[in-house]
Design a protein around this ligand. Structure first.
Ligand SMILES: O=P(O)(O)OC[C@H]1O[C@H](O[C@H]2O[C@H](CO)[C@@H](O)[C@H](O)[C@H]2O)[C@H](O)[C@@H](O)[C@@H]1O
Length: 396
């Protein structure tokens, strides 16, 4: 019996847990020769399904765990607490080594972006606003708004959210930004002060518009079906629907998931994905936040350019599509906002939204001259950052 540190990962749900387990069955952990390449975090990464089955049954087979429900449970406070009590320090150290805090990487960021146009992509929930119980109360702080406004003065900036575009706009309230709502299926350019004149002038793109009536219908069906589940909340995000279970008793999660599934049986053109205590119903079209990022870069005139440096900051599974696009393009990088180690294609990390507002993009010219403030100044300062597109950028 040996102890092994393991990251349990489920590509479908995006849930990852780092745990220490005692194992006696060598087949669970392949021999050194057959070990797959380490994940970016350097952990042994095995299928959550496989591991949970082993742990549940002692390796002898038995009842299959519903991976979907189990993923939800992995996010419950009880589970997070029990994970937190496990000896994670080695993991965290290794993860941080491979996904260092963006706050400590300013020099590298400034160097890598030299001579390139930074384009900023920001997720909303969990990135610009802290996660709260009521989705209608997920307000962004004034300090964060000031920071985003300041960032947008220097770099084309887009909010990329699972929410309905109008809703996320009502939270952010900055007309100078690009907005990609409904997981990128509803894209609109700045309503005012378009500084970046390169590329498409009037921007509006809705690749899933034919699904509008279906989404409306399924929203109503889900409201009806889930109204008997205390705490469940269905949110109409225009081109997709969210079924929230953050306020549902854990004992009812299984039943709630079954209800959602039973409604979706009637809609084969819709698919189910999962976010942070939310089930997300969306069209089966091949469109996600990664595609939205590519579309926006193209619209800005950076389709086949080497002189662009996109930065994407996000916190959940849906943001991974964008992180992956950046990795595949070999341009810019992703920053994952997370307190716990997760398998990710992001290069750097931040622990929480306030690290972006108080650290990464701390207001320039504040009273206290911290390293991060100097660094952000470094990014926007022409001495460190010769802008290649002066003709299209008016920062005045
Ligand atoms: O892409 P995002 O901007 O991150 O949007 C993803 C979902 O965010 C919202 O739900 C999440 O935040 C809520 C408020 O903090 C929280 O209560 C919920 O548990 C989280 O899942 C939003 O309400 C969803 O519609 C978005 O899909």
């Amino acid at each position: 019996m040996t102890k092994q540190n393991v990251v349990i990962s489920d590509p479908k749900s995006g849930i990852n847990m780092a745990i220490t387990v005692a194992v006696s069955d060598s087949s669970l952990f392949p021999s050194a020769e057959s070990v797959p390449p380490a994940t970016p975090g350097g952990y042994i990464s095995i299928s959550r399904k496989k591991l949970l089955k082993k742990l549940e049954t002692g390796g002898g087979g038995g009842a299959r765990i519903n991976p979907w429900i189990d993923s939800m449970k992995a996010l419950s406070p009880t589970h997070i607490k029990s994970i937190a009590s496990l000896p994670l320090s080695d993991f965290q150290a290794s993860w941080i080594l491979h996904h260092p805090s963006a706050l400590s990487m300013f020099e590298q960021i400034i160097n890598a972006s030299k001579g390139k146009q930074i384009v900023m992509f920001l997720d909303y929930d969990g990135t610009l606003s802290p996660i709260v119980e009521d989705p209608d109360q997920a307000f962004m702080s004034d300090a964060m708004r000031t920071v985003v406004k300041n960032v947008a003065r220097y770099f084309p900036t887009a909010i990329v959210s699972g929410r309905c575009r109008d809703k996320v706009y009502s939270f952010v309230q900055l007309a100078e930004l690009y907005y990609a709502g409904s997981h990128g299926m509803d894209i609109k350019g700045p309503a005012k002060g378009r500084k970046y004149k390169r590329g498409n002038q009037s921007l509006m793109f809705q690749p899933a518009s034919e699904f509008l009536p279906m989404i409306d219908e399924v929203y109503k069906a889900l409201v009806e079906k889930t109204k008997s589940t205390p705490g469940a909340k269905v949110e109409n995000n225009k081109f997709c629907v969210s079924v929230h279970f953050r306020c549902v008793d854990e004992k009812r999660w299984n039943a709630l998931a079954e209800k959602v599934r039973s409604v979706l049986k009637e809609y084969p053109k819709l698919r189910l994905t999962q976010g942070r205590k939310v089930l997300e119903i969306r069209p089966t079209i091949k469109w996600d936040k990664g595609k939205a990022l590519e579309f926006l870069l193209e619209s800005l005139g950076f389709a086949d350019c080497n002189d662009v440096f996109p930065i994407y900051i996000g916190d959940d599974r849906t943001d991974e599509d964008a992180f992956k696009v950046l990795r595949d393009r070999g341009q810019g990088f992703g920053i994952l906002v997370s307190k716990i180690p997760k398998e990710t294609s992001a290069s750097y990390s931040l622990q929480e939204p306030s690290e972006a507002s108080n650290g990464l993009f701390a207001p320039v010219g504040g009273v206290e001259e911290t390293g991060s403030k100097r660094a952000f100044q470094g990014l926007i300062n022409r001495r460190y950052y010769p802008h290649p597109h002066k003709e299209v950028l008016d920062v005045g």
